[in-house]
Design a protein around this ligand. Structure first.
Ligand code: CAA
Length: 248
């Protein structure tokens, strides 16, 4: 099988790291894209840790809220590894607050990091995928994009928006071997979820039929499956993976 080149935004994050590993285990050359604020850790400690675990990942630094910065990172990856065949948009942040307290800055930061980033990263690689007749785009959304969440009007808006984006580009890619899918994790044991106050998190876990938080490996397994060459008939779908917390 052709060795595919994969770019993973937020690749040094908790879920991103597992996605990078699963794609590498599947035979891909992998680049993680990280924000300048996370550059030191990603290029230092994280890369080293990955090497010790047997993985040699490229790290590209970009502010994905900026179209040109995203383009520069994609160019760097293409020059080093080859054209991007698989793009996983996993970068995301939270700035939780009830709407009556949410500031325009909290709104804007989340829209920029979670939704602008998806357009900015995808727009630089999609035409190449169409031309080469193969591509896989996997966008990481959230359970809260379909069910909403007290304190997450900004985050939920981006996560719902992501699936509209997925369905549209899935139609644009379908005839050319390019698939696009959304993966919507529920509550996963990551620093983002562990930052939710303990009492609130305990109430959320109590609503998960499986009875526990998910783990990043469980998300990565699904992402790698969708990114596989043999998954060409799965496109435009929103794949829920939430321990049964929200069935729809
Ligand atoms: N439903 C209904 N009412 C709620 C509520 C809820 N879920 N949560 C709080 N309230 C009520 C309180 O009872 C209180 O009511 P009174 O004023 O009548 O006493 C009022 O709302 C408090 O509102 P505040 O705005 O003052 O609340 P706060 O500032 O203390 O906290 C919050 C708000 C920061 C959003 C906090 O509720 C919180 O952290 N919630 C969790 C949000 C969450 O799930 N985030 C997910 C992060 S992980 C992630 O995003 C990954 C993923 O994809 C799943």
């Amino acid at each position: 099988m052709t060795q595919r080149v994969a770019a993973v935004t937020g690749g040094a994050g908790a879920i991103g790291t597992e996605i990078c590993k699963h794609l590498a285990d599947q035979g891909c050359k992998v680049a993680a894209i990280e924000h300048p604020a996370a550059a030191e850790r990603a290029e230092g400690e994280w890369k080293e840790e990955m090497k010790e675990a047997g993985y040699d990942f490229m790290v590209a630094i970009a502010d994905l809220g900026d179209h040109d910065s995203a383009g520069a990172a994609m160019k760097q990856i293409e020059e080093a590894l080859g054209p991007v065949d698989i793009l996983v948009n996993a970068a995301g942040i939270t700035r939780d607050a009830a709407i009556r307290k949410m500031t325009p800055q909290q709104w804007r930061e989340v829209i920029s990091a979670n939704l602008d980033s998806v357009f900015n990263a995808t727009s630089h690689v999609f035409a190449g995928m169409l031309e080469r007749g193969f591509g896989r785009v996997v966008n990481i959304s959230s359970i809260n994009g379909t069910k909403g969440q007290f304190g997450q009007s900004n985050y939920a808006a981006t996560k719902a928006g992501i699936h509209g984006f997925t369905m549209s580009i899935a139609q644009e890619g379908a005839r050319k071997g390019v698939t696009a899918n959304t993966v919507s994790p529920g509550y996963i044991a990551t620093p983002m979820v562990m930052a939710v106050p303990d009492d609130i998190r305990a109430k959320i876990v109590a609503q998960i039929p499986v009875g526990r938080l998910g783990n990043p490996q469980e998300i990565a397994r699904l992402v790698a499956f969708l990114a596989h060459d043999d998954s060409g008939f799965i496109t435009g779908a929103n794949h829920a993976i939430n321990g049964g917390q929200h069935m729809h």
